[in-house]
Write a protein that binds this ligand. Structure first.
Ligand SMILES: Nc1ncnc2c1ncn2[C@@H]1O[C@H](COP(=O)(O)OP(=O)(O)OP(=O)(O)O)[C@@H](O)[C@H]1O
Length: 288
């Protein structure tokens, strides 16, 4: 893995010596790691450790101060967010960013665009083409709409009865937990190769968190090539879904390894969890 990180030839997501400074604050400081296709990596650490900034850097929203980021062997750290999304990277935000007036169905249909744009014939159409496509019911247009609807239905039905029966409702009418689900459904509808989730279980109660955990486990089974990077404070979720955990502290990697190894690392225990070790089945000890 170290060789891959150094050469940048990993087919997954690779960060090499990534830093982001804000007026002297080292939000992210010389961080290197990789995420392989099919792997689930959790990023944990106290508030202000630099976790969200890392996701902003990977998705192109923030610019790096130093370092490089590769996706599928291609350097992406100078590309705008929409280009990075088109290369197969989908992300959710820490605070849900749903369009309040759009229905659940339309929000997820919008999310399918990211996936279709990656297909050779999936490029954006202008409004005139769109109007003609609809009016004349052109076969290519019909096919495109059907593809979008299939992707949207699949994404919504992952959440059982939480979203599907409410699909005509406007997003503003949803509960907080359902807004979070909608955001994840919208990203999944874009069929990303790599999924970045920023605190997907924030604000969810234990039942809802357990449900989300099951959803991520099912997603892993159904899409075995999907690489997932998840920021999460809830260790019950992290322990069940993550193959590997990276603990960040003050912008730097403090520990890395299997969930048991990383979360029981003496410095992690000392810094965040008191002297008592985390019991293997401990529920939601908080790293925040
Ligand atoms: N745009 C910005 N301008 C100035 N400082 C920033 C900016 N974004 C982040 N920071 C600082 O960078 C550090 C890391 O913040 P970040 O939000 O990445 O932490 P985090 O680990 O995601 O925390 P949390 O768990 O609370 O979301 C903090 O000290 C934060 O104040």
């Amino acid at each position: 893995m170290v060789a891959n990180i150094l050469s940048g030839d990993n087919s997954g997501l690779v960060l090499q010596g990534v830093s982001r400074h804000f007026d002297g604050v080292k939000a992210v400081d010389d961080v290197s790691f990789s995420l392989a296709a099919g792997e689930t990596l959790a990023l944990v650490g106290p508030n202000g450790a630099g976790k969200s900034t890392l996701i902003q850097l990977i998705s192109g929203v923030e610019r790096l101060t130093h370092g490089r980021i590769y996706l599928g062997g291609r350097r992406i750290d100078r590309l705008p967010p929409e280009r990075i999304a088109r290369l197969g990277l989908g992300r959710s935000f820490q605070t849900s960013r749903v369009f309040p007036a759009l229905s659940i169905w339309d929000s997820v249909l919008l999310g399918t665009q990211a996936g279709l744009l990656r297909k050779p014939n999936g490029g954006l159409v202008n409004p005139l083409q769109e109007a003609l496509g609809v009016l004349l019911a052109l076969p290519r247009w019909r096919q495109r709409v059907e593809q979008q609807e299939t992707l949207a239905r699949e994404a919504l039905q992952r959440f059982g009865d939480r979203l599907w029966p409410r699909r005509e409702a406007p997003a503003f009418s949803l509960s907080y937990a359902n807004r979070r689900r909608l955001e994840i459904a919208r990203v999944l509808a874009g069929k990303p190769d790599f999924l970045l989730l920023d605190e997907p279980a924030a604000g969810m109660n234990p039942t809802e968190t357990a449900e989300l955990t099951e959803l991520l486990l099912a997603l892993r089974q159904q899409q075995p090539a999907l690489g997932i990077l998840v920021i999460e404070h809830k260790l019950s979720l992290v322990r069940r879904v993550a193959d590997r955990v990276i603990v960040l502290n003050q912008g730097r990697v403090l520990a890395e390894g299997s969930p048991d190894h990383a979360l029981n690392h003496p410095e992690v225990v000392e810094a965040y969890l008191g002297r008592q070790r985390v019991r293997p089945n401990a529920t939601d000890a908080h790293l925040g």
